[in-house]
Design a binder for this molecule. Structure first.
Ligand code: TRP
Length: 331
């Protein structure tokens, strides 16, 4: 399909894009743009598995797209698009549903968690969520998928589905691998530093958005949960301080050791304030670019349209192959 290996990833337009998403995922996406053929989607069809308020949902999806661009994802290098703009995702997902067992889906950790949380709306989409994700990945003959720990199981089932299909009908899908980045630290909640920083944490103080107002960023860092000691050290029994050190290091490029040497005895108040300032400084240009883009909706629409066209033409090749192999009448 493409000469460079294909990388595929996506984010659901729910909650906020956090500094944890940036450090753990998007900063790697940026690095990969030059060496791989990268396709980054806004996984809006996935977000429909839980109830959304239509007007908010549309605004948030567009905002996420602008944040992709503002971070430096470059439409001249990578394919950036909305999943719902390419009907092949839904089409392949239906077909793959017929090659996936209910038992496999019921065993998925995320399905169990989400069905415990949304007991009033355990819909078919929630159950077959991993099949849609498999369709996203397999449509583009993807080699590598950068995923966090929480999505590993979904990548495993994607591989199982691809192998199953290939065994039935001969080589059709490339079997993707997980891409484990060399860099990209895990960032924890500012309020509960043993839990991952979540993009949809109900506690607004737990996570910081990449486009957040400086005042609000500072407030959240000043309130970040630490411990009852006073020394700044990177230790397992000091998850709050360690998390702040990781963030500080990611923002400034200084090593944890350097930062510990510098802040060991300065006290938490000054330490937290300076971590906050480093975050504000790092994201100021992204925030400015985001605001500029959101004032130019016509440009965003053009970029999204071009992305969708590129994605659709790549996806069409896989869909045609799949339909032929399973015996659908060629149009
Ligand atoms: N399910 C992923 C998440 O919630 C988002 C996603 C959708 C995705 N499709 C994908 C990630 C394809 C990687 C590849 O994080």
């Amino acid at each position: 399909m493409e000469k460079k290996p294909v990388i595929y990833s996506g984010i659901q337009p729910t909650g906020i894009i956090t500094i944890g998403n940036y450090i753990g995922a998007m900063s790697n996406w940026l690095r990969l743009q030059d060496d791989y053929f990268c396709i980054y989607g806004i996984a809006d069809l996935h977000a429909l598995t839980v109830r959304q308020v239509p007007a908010e949902f549309r605004a948030r999806a567009l905002s996420f797209f602008a944040q992709y661009l503002a971070c430096g994802l470059d439409p001249s290098k990578a394919v950036l698009y909305f999943q719902s703009h390419v009907p092949a995702h839904a089409e392949l997902a239906w077909i793959l549903n017929c090659y996936t067992y209910i038992g496999e889906m019921q065993r998925m950790t995320q399905f169990k968690e989400k069905s415990d949380k949304h007991t009033d709306n355990i819909n078919m989409g929630l159950l077959s969520y991993p099949v849609l994700m498999a369709a996203d990945i397999l449509l583009y003959q993807t080699s590598l998928v950068p995923v966090g720990a929480d999505q590993k199981q979904h990548l495993e089932i994607t591989r199982d589905i691809a192998i199953r299909f290939n065994n039935l009908y001969s080589e059709t899908f490339k079997v993707p691998e997980a891409y484990i980045p060399k860099q990209g630290a895990k960032i924890f909640s500012l309020q509960e530093p043993t839990a991952k920083m979540s993009k949809s944490d109900p506690d607004p103080n737990a996570a910081v958005s990449i486009i957040e107002e400086p005042d609000s960023i500072m407030r959240k860092f000043k309130r970040a949960v630490t411990d009852c000691e006073t020394v700044v050290e990177y230790r397992e029994d000091k998850p709050g301080v360690s998390n702040l050190l990781t963030i500080f290091s990611e923002m400034t490029g200084k090593s944890i050791e350097e930062l510990v040497a510098e802040y060991h005895d300065t006290g938490y108040a000054r330490f937290k304030k300076e971590v906050g300032e480093a975050v504000v400084e790092k994201f100021a240009p992204i925030r400015a670019e985001y605001n500029r883009l959101m004032d130019d909706k016509a440009y965003l629409a053009v970029v999204a349209k071009e992305g969708a066209e590129k994605a659709a033409s790549l996806a069409a090749r896989t869909i045609a192959k799949v339909k032929r192999k399973i015996g659908l009448v060629v149009r």
